[in-house]
Design a protein around this ligand. Sequence first.
Ligand code: ADP
Ligand code: MG
Length: 567
Amino acid sequence: MPIKVLDPQIVSRIAAGEVVERPASVVKELVENALDAGSGQISVEVKGGGVSLIRVIDNGTGIPSGEVELAFDHYATSKIGSLDDLESISSLGFRGEALPSITAVAQIDVVTCAAVEQVGTYLSLKDGIAANRESQGRSQGTSITVRNLFRKVPARLKFLKSQATENSHIAQVVSLYALGFPEVRFALLIDGRVALRTPGSGQLIDSVIEVYSLEVARNMLEIGDGEWESGAVISSPHITGMVGSPSIGRSGRGYLSFFINRRWVSSRLLARAVEEAYHGLLMEGKHPVAIINISLPPSEVDVNVHPTKIEVKFRNEHMIFTAVQRAVRQALVGLMPVPRIEAVATNYASTSVPWQISWTSAKSSSLVTSLPTTPQTPSVSLPMLRILGQLLSSYIIAEGPDGLYLIDQHAAHERILFEKLKVQRSQQEIEVQGLLEPVTVEVNPKQAEVLKSHYENLVEFGFSIEPFGDRTYIVRAVPLLLHNKDWAGMLRQLLDSLFEGTNWVESVATSMACHSAVRAGQTLTDDEMRELVRQLEQTALPNTCPHGRPTMIHLSSGQLEKEFGRS
Ligand code: ADP
Ligand code: MG
């Protein structure tokens, strides 16, 4: 399309405004123009923090000689022509505002040569007015040099930070585009020194090596092609990219990059989707590395909300959020060992004893086995599960990346409470419920012996308990978790189970968890099931309850296929 000044009617519909805030904004606009021109090679050179000089050289389409001046007019663009085009923008620019805005605050030289032309055009502009034009030899492409940025706008100059800071903003912009366009060869020179160079191989990993490091690149995982859980394909949006394994968590949030239809965007929604996918996998205070490309029909996203086009609006935020979270989670799950009971199908096939389960607890000290298996490594996390329903009011049925999961609601809740209680105890944060009336508890002689030496330890777990005669104790407060539960029965059972050498803390936590967890036979709402599974995901050892029994059974899709004679 030739460059044309947009109709006032279209102008009134575009979110125009100041785009030149600092040198990095100029770099961003010029690099976007070079990308829109289909360049395979883009070199960016800056001096003096970008104030003295910014030069962007590309090998794109070039600007036809007769249109060079026009390119610097307000609202002159070759990228859209009608209101309809505004609905489906596929270029990075479309407002025709960047070049005129830059010309207004700097001195510009342009040398450009379009494909069909024998000789290139040189044009220099001062204070927004063309000052000099001549023919100049140049291979196809465009070089734009911006000098003395903001010299005529001292107020703006005053607000700039140190050269080092402005340079780092510039490097950030070029790095982002290098990640977003791995097929383009980027070079960034800052004060004559090469700050970044990418090979333009088309492989994202090569850009990652240059922009981040080899070490980060070694720990990157590819995000799938939008396929989710055997067969179900998310056609829109389509997510690709790479995410860092949790082992390379970063201390800052600066390692998240999002591109929508190849446009770099900043989005809290997307950042949250990624961080949620890492939930429970990253150490506290660490943030993920991720480069996420989202392609979706242009009608699903509005880029015309802000002059700098960095912020966008989605038509269906929920869908985008879920798709990103799933894609990232799936890549991470591929890395993590998934707790599974491998023996189910094989046992069924070989011994004809259905559902005989062998299970090795993660700690292997408390073992519930009916068949020997090789010990499993402790699982680091659970895959993201989709709740399908409840079975016998006791088990949660869920679908995971590889088949079916049956979760024992009581065992799972026990695991959650057990870990919470231990943390709360060590931080003296157990919530306590005072009793309206003190309650006396009678114990038998054996229980009395144990309690004599241990009742003070119960205080750490939220019991307010003191001797009240020979075999009677008085209780004034109990842990909130056990309020309205049979805590007296729990105490007796606990005292009966204790013997020399028992780990007191573990035993009390186990006992309290067991007595306060949801029971088998209790109907749960969808939300309750989801919350339970979400909390189970966050535990350190999600695959066993504190007694060492399994919290879940996994039937892989392979096992299902075998059982149904499909393989
Ligand atoms: P926009 O990018 O929104 O169209 P700009 O002011 O950035 O507006 O650029 C105006 C026009 O100048 C573009 O539409 C394009 O036709 C032309 N142009 C600018 N930079 C280049 C470049 N590097 N290569 C080819 N054409 C360019
Ligand atoms: Mg532009």
